[in-house]
Design a protein around this ligand. Structure first.
Ligand SMILES: *Cc1c(COP(=O)(O)O)cnc(C)c1O
Length: 305
């Protein structure tokens, strides 16, 4: 990106940046670049870093065992009663700590034909009652395609709930269009939107407004954060995050320990430290504002917490 290479930061030497870009392209919004200074914790989530080229033992391409859990059409089933659809390979920003940066996305393009395969599998599996639209970011889809997915899922009798895992409302709040709100408001399904906000400063007035609009469609709005070194690994920051989420009508859901994806070790926070932070959060916050500390391990029957 021109904006980045023009900056003479130690981490952005041209060849290093090129190497990083080849492994996982940089993607962030103009707004983020103008709203935050370069050393702001919010931007650290999206700016390339030379440390991405270093991979200690244990850091790899499929940290949570997604590949073996994926079936035809991009449906991932790891847990009972719920399955996750990789709707698309596209996200509004590239979080440098992404655990799906190496997911074999080439097949998972956003098209109706592929979804038909996944939907047929959902229809056949009567143990399922909830489908999670994930990705990539499902709000990368246009509203017509989203509407098709919601309508198709609502037509499957045993499905009760559709959950959307998205970062869009906090990155481009204008993505929360009237058409999207109408999809959420009119479906017969229970609707849950799980946002991904890691730092209190990400909750601007327009993000708050977008979240409130979603909530007004009778959608349960939750947040999953990732505990990231030098971004949000402080009790004060996480307590403030919970309070600001709550002011926007969002409840904290999970605080994930980092998945050991390739090139992410510099974000790692030890579990022991995470537990100390959690202890402090429990003392400081009402129970409903304390996220669950969660870790996903390959082959486990649920997230662990
Ligand atoms: C995280 C995840 C879910 C959702 O788990 P919950 O504990 O219900 O939030 C479902 N399927 C897959 C494949 C997941 O990775």
């Amino acid at each position: 990106m021109a904006e980045l290479s023009a900056l003479q930061q130690p981490y952005y030497e041209a060849t290093t940046l090129q190497q990083i870009e080849q492994l996982f392209p940089v993607r962030l919004s103009k707004e983020l670049l103008s709203d935050f200074k370069f050393d702001h914790p919010v931007l650290k989530q999206y700016l390339p870093d030379a440390r991405e080229l270093i991979n200690p033992d244990g850091y790899g391409e499929d940290p949570v065992g997604d590949r073996e859990a994926t079936s035809a059409g991009g449906l991932l089933k790891k847990y009972q009663h719920r399955a996750l659809l990789i709707t698309t390979n596209t996200c509004p920003v590239h979080c440098r700590y992404c655990f799906r940066k190496d997911y074999p996305y080439s097949r998972e393009t956003p098209n109706q034909h592929r979804y038909e395969t996944a939907l047929a599998a959902v229809k056949k599996d009567h143990s399922l009652n909830e489908i999670i639209l994930s990705g990539g970011d499902p709000l990368s889809l246009d509203d017509d395609l989203l509407s098709y997915l919601f309508t198709s899922l609502a037509a499957i009798e045993h499905i009760q709930t559709v959950r959307v895992h998205t970062k869009f409302p906090s990155i481009y709040p204008q993505r929360v269009t009237d058409a999207l709100l109408s999809i959420l408001a009119t479906t017969r399904l229970n609707t849950v939107v799980v946002l991904h906000i890691n730092h209190p400063d990400e909750i601007t007035a327009s993000v708050k407004y977008a979240a409130e609009q979603i909530k007004h469609t009778n959608t349960t709005t939750l947040n999953q954060a990732v505990l990231l070194r030098d971004v949000n690994d402080a009790t004060d920051t996480l307590a403030e995050l919970s309070h600001r989420l709550f002011s926007a009508g969002i409840l904290p859901y999970y605080l994930h320990l980092l998945d050991k994806a390739r090139g992410t070790h510099h974000f790692h926070v030890e579990r022991a430290r995470a537990e100390i932070i959690m202890q402090q959060l429990k003392q400081r916050l009402p129970g409903y504002l304390v996220p669950k500390l969660a870790q996903e391990l390959s082959g486990h029957a649920s997230k662990d917490y």
